[in-house]
Design a protein around this ligand. Sequence first.
Ligand SMILES: [Zn+2]
Length: 348
Amino acid sequence: MSNNSILLEKELRECPICGKEHEIEKRKRIEQIKIKDLIVNYDEIYYICTNVSDDEDNEFVSAGMMDRNLLEAKDVYRKEKGLLTSKEIKQIRKKYGLTQAEFSFLLGLGEVTITRYEKKLIQDETYDKIMRLVYEDSLLALDYLKENKDKFKNEQRYEKIEENIKRIVVQDAEEYFNKKELMSKYVNFENKNTMNGFKNIDIPKLEAVINYIANKNKKLYKVKLMKLLWYIDMLYYKKYGKSLTGLVYIHQKLGALPVGFEELMKLKSIDVKEEVKDESTIYHILPNNDYKVEKLSKQEKDVIDTIINKFKDFNTNQIVEYMHNEKVYKETNQTQVIDYSYAKNMNI
Ligand SMILES: [Zn+2]
């Protein structure tokens, strides 16, 4: 047993080592494997029979585990080579609502190619690039689809896919303008200073942060989200001298509100559900796990987690009240920009 091994759980099952049914340890360790020209470190999962002593061969893996381990190792390789991981390939396919075979056909590939990419085969760089472009540009996806129409045997299904991709083309155009609108609110905040926390607005980061919060907070509503964003940016600034998202916040009655918050709420990455409470509309923010968001660093996640945990049990009114008691809030006037330099005096 290697010394970096961690016990994950114990499972009662038939043991192929000693031939009895008993509790088998499921463990995880870091293993090395050579893939093509690269030695990669990956998480390997395996079973151990504790009925036989350690110096005997007491390890085994199930078929499913072996596949999973290999996929894990290959995804590490893909990440190191800057290639799409199997999960990302799946997200691209899901954007267009395609099965693996259909996505293969769209790209002009053989029926099982995408299935192989999502399982074990490492894609070549050419198709990696094409898949990325197809993800970014739905018009290009439509072109590919039309070009490879003859590969689709079921005409009705083809029509449906075409209709769906056309709908996505329209949505993507709207999204493009949403983003431009949001950016336009920031043209007067181009200089990096204490108004934006020495950072220009970073929409991919913002999307990742909001999705991360929504995943951890099932009862996330608009007002609370805006406050959490502010505290996250302020704490990040306090620690690292830079804001995380580049948002500029304005003093408003209900607390700090980011410039362009209305445009922000229209971003496709953010799943907003309108609900009615006490005869008024409230906006419930749900995680959007189909949307491909940028990865956050550990440093970024730590700051976000600190704020989420601090306000975990606060409802909207409580967080608004907490904010009203901040020194910064008492020292700024309505509609004034709340400067990041106040971060050092904040109650966080
Ligand atoms: Zn056993």
